[in-house]
Ligand binder design. Structure first.
Ligand SMILES: Nc1ncnc2c1ncn2[C@@H]1O[C@H](COP(=O)(O)OP(=O)(O)OP(=O)(O)O)[C@@H](O)[C@H]1O
Length: 308
């Protein structure tokens, strides 16, 4: 076959979208979305309200059908094989918990529905978190409810865990605790995780792959370390800014009468600079904001073509 993405790492590809698009009546929520996520990654899916994040995640787990294109999970077309779906857990934005159930009943429910259910893992996680099994879910705090929902998802022992805004409505401590729990679960199970969030600063320490969706299109998809090492903030005299912008792709450009600050994709290694320029590294949030403000700028790895 030609035109297919290949697995970029020896672990294979967890999620692969090709020309994926979704239209709701007259509105395209997602357009021409092609990306490939290696297995074993913890992926941050970020973008403004209405960018298409939930749509992308729902397509990825087979909850809705694509208008165009396709999505594969571990090489299998989504929605066509029950065995493939058993490898995926989805944590929707409104946590799939029943307020009237006790935590123990939630676990029993999970055990009935999921053949690969790991009850020992679920109980151990909840004990470590001091969440009482006899407490009704509706009487837990928001942070504890989020932990129970995460526990139910992880106890399915999925190879791919997809979470739509798992940090929404949580305070900073609860958000931190959820991300720490997630890291422990990833270390124990080696699953691939894709999670959407608006709070980029919470994702810094946990995620190693970034996908930016903007206006229904994939703007960035890549390894976070590589993205950070190939972008710099360049500061220098405004008179030299146009020359610099002609040589280097500039993502954000801020100028005063005398001074210019350009967030640029400089490539690997220290940028070769006129000594009148200063370069410093950028943070994840700064990088994401710069791309979101420039919807026409994109950084996407070129797909590798296989030969037939
Ligand atoms: N069921 C639906 N029917 C009609 N339009 C929809 C439906 N679901 C989403 N949309 C539209 O598709 C676009 C993308 O929505 P989506 O929920 O995927 O974005 P999002 O990035 O998850 O947003 P948010 O961050 O606000 O949750 C929006 O314009 C939204 O109004």
């Amino acid at each position: 076959m030609t035109g297919e993405f290949t697995a970029p790492l020896q672990g294979g590809t967890a999620l692969e979208a090709t020309g994926l698009a979704k239209r709701y009546r007259g509105t395209w929520a997602l357009r021409d979305c092609s990306l490939s996520i290696p297995a074993g990654r913890v992926v941050a899916l970020v973008g403004p309200n209405g960018a298409g994040k939930s749509t992308f995640l729902r397509l990825a787990v087979g909850l809705i059908e694509a208008t165009q294109g396709s999505v594969r999970v571990f090489g299998e077309p989504v929605g066509q094989r029950a065995a493939a779906l058993a490898r995926v857990a989805f944590l929707a934005q409104d946590k799939p918990l029943y307020d009237g159930f006790t935590v123990a009943e939630m676990l029993r429910f999970g055990r009935r529905l999921n053949p690969g259910w790991d009850d020992a893992l679920a109980r151990q996680r909840l004990a470590e978190l001091d969440i009482p099994l006899r407490r009704k879910v509706g009487r837990l705090s928001g942070g504890q409810q989020a932990q129970v929902a995460l526990t139910v998802a992880v106890a399915k022992r999925p190879d791919l865990l997809v979470m739509d805004e798992p940090l929404a409505n949580l305070d900073p401590v609860a958000r931190h605790d959820i991300m720490r729990s997630l890291m422990t679960a990833v270390a124990e199970t080696r699953m691939t995780v894709v999670l959407s969030s608006h709070v980029v600063s919470d994702l810094n320490d946990t995620c190693d792959w970034l996908v930016v969706l903007n206006r229904g299109q994939v703007q960035v998809s890549g390894e976070i370390d590589e993205l950070l090492s190939t972008h710099h903030l360049l500061s220098g005299p405004v008179g030299l800014a146009d020359g610099m912008a002609a040589r280097t792709p500039v993502i954000s450009d801020s100028r005063t009468e005398r001074h210019a600050a350009l967030l640029a994709r400089t490539g690997t290694g220290a940028p070769l600079l006129d000594p009148r320029w200063e370069a410093r590294g950028v943070g994840l949030e700064e990088l994401v904001l710069a791309y979101l403000r420039r919807p026409d700028a994109a950084v996407l790895p070129r797909p590798t073509l296989t030969r037939s």
